[in-house]
Design a protein around this ligand. Sequence first.
Ligand code: 13P
Length: 254
Amino acid sequence: MTPDITPLVAGNWKMNGERDQLDQLALLARGVDADLADKVDVVVCPPATLLYVATTLSEDTALEVGAQDCHNESKGAHTGDISAEMIKDCMAEYCIVGHSERRTDHGESDYHVAGKAQACWRAGLVAIICIGETEAEYDAGSAEQVLKRQIMQSVPEGATEDDTIIAYEPVWAIGTGKTPSPEDIEEIHAFIREELATKFGGHGERMRILYGGSVKPTNASEILAVNNVDGALVGGASLKAADLLAICESYRHV
Ligand code: 13P
């Protein structure tokens, strides 16, 4: 945690969830009561096909909705893509950009990611910009170098705590059940904080830094208590409302 920063827990459903999954979204919305919402911002990022119905279902609740990716342009001949403006039109408020699965599966470079973050700002969305080293980079001892480059190149100039959230997701921890130790998370988040403060001054000091990668109800309270961990980006465990709520509950009594 960081003093004076409201934490945020976001569930990334990835390419999971057809309409029947909306039952979980409704349960989640019901579970985020006023007391919990006071302690933590809770966001769910369903696939684009469910975005509009998700925002409709969560209207008048404390649950917020985000998308998982956007194109950098506002419209045009880009078959299959969706723009940040379209996401905003669905009444969503956040958009994940630069997830490692998109960097790998779709060859997205830091340059693409920065363009998408700017598109989010243009449309009035908060960009959740993902960074993180691969296993090979971790083993080679180059994690900090990779993160520094990603912060320099994927997070555009002018980012503030109001329009940008950083999600640190070590690629080797995603969907593997492996997580870095709390000590390692503390060290790397401190490094990210320092880099953000160097680049963005006070805005970098106030920007939320989420941890992502195999966060579950069983390890959440330990991870979320670490210095400079301002929330979590949760994949697999976000598909069940009870699990995502259990993760959020870590914040109820702090
Ligand atoms: P898991 O929580 O399934 O490891 O996924 C993390 C992630 O990639 C969230 O964006």
